[in-house]
Ligand binder design. Sequence first.
Ligand code: NAI
Length: 329
Amino acid sequence: MKVLFFSAQSYDREYFTRANQAAPLELRFLEAPLNVDNTALIKDEQVICVFVNDHVTAEIISILKEKNVKLIALRSAGFNNVDLAAAATAGIKVVRVPAYSPHAVAEHALTLLTALNRKIYKSYNRVRDNNFTLSGLEGIDLFGKTVGIIGTGNIGTVFCKIMLGIGCKVIAHDVYINEELVLAGVAYKSLDEVLSESDIVSLHCPLMPATKHLINKNSIVSMKKGVILINTSRGGLIDTVAVIDALKNGHIGALGIDVYEQEEHLFFQNFSDTIVQDDVLSRLTTFPNVLITAHQGFFTKEALMQISNITLNNIRSYVDDGILLNEVK
Ligand code: NAI
């Protein structure tokens, strides 16, 4: 069976080629993202493999149907980039990697939080410049602070445990209660309560119509002044313009993001020789209390190996036995 990869980076080739050795499928890797024009690059592949910023719209799905594509294999956990209703109507199945290494993303959320709090990016540069002063670098003890976690699925659960380990008071909001976390000491509360009581808020819920711009002008007002906001989930959970206003007036004390609402035009690409046209992102990068990484939360050796193995297993299972593992409906 032939599989065509869109948005493939060098590490995708490396890890998927390694994972493919056991029971080889015919893999073809394209650096190009999936868009209407690039559907012309599909030859006779019945499976396409896409990543988070490949937007599989209804228009693209109708072209995939014409091209006899049977399966869209997401090599990601999030699936907000696929028009599932259109895929169902076209009879094209969608599978994903529901969990690979929740530790990778949860540990990255911690990295953003601690780097921001202790201003590691500033001290790194100061020391390299032989400036060994400390003024402006003071942080807070995380111990004893209240951390609010929105979404306690795979990643949120690991993050809750990490923060409990540091000695934080952990409160959470989810549509489901994880009893294991309750026993560990996590208190579930309403979204408003979590936002208004937390010194630190970390987002770990999926992007859906119900969660789009969960952090907006109104919800920011209910948050504590000086709150540290961390988002490693999806950019659309945050109304970035409202967050910029709150950073300007000091209501948000610091912001750490691994995802950005308009990231599909930028992330995973190198624009260092050009002028980036995104004024919102450019404004964000001017704040001394904002730390942005380009969707690297998943990017550990363990996670990449898991993603490759599970994605190929999803494909083989469908191709060989007609069984849909990890289907998204
Ligand atoms: P998951 O599906 O295990 O957990 C999501 C949790 O959010 C579930 O417990 C669900 O009940 C909850 N939830 C749903 N609607 C909610 C709402 N309205 N309010 C509060 N909670 C709600 O997903 P997982 O694996 O923990 O991933 C979380 C998100 O992290 C993904 O949706 C994805 O967007 C993002 N992600 C980011 C990565 C990165 O590299 N930065 C890598 C992998 C995932």
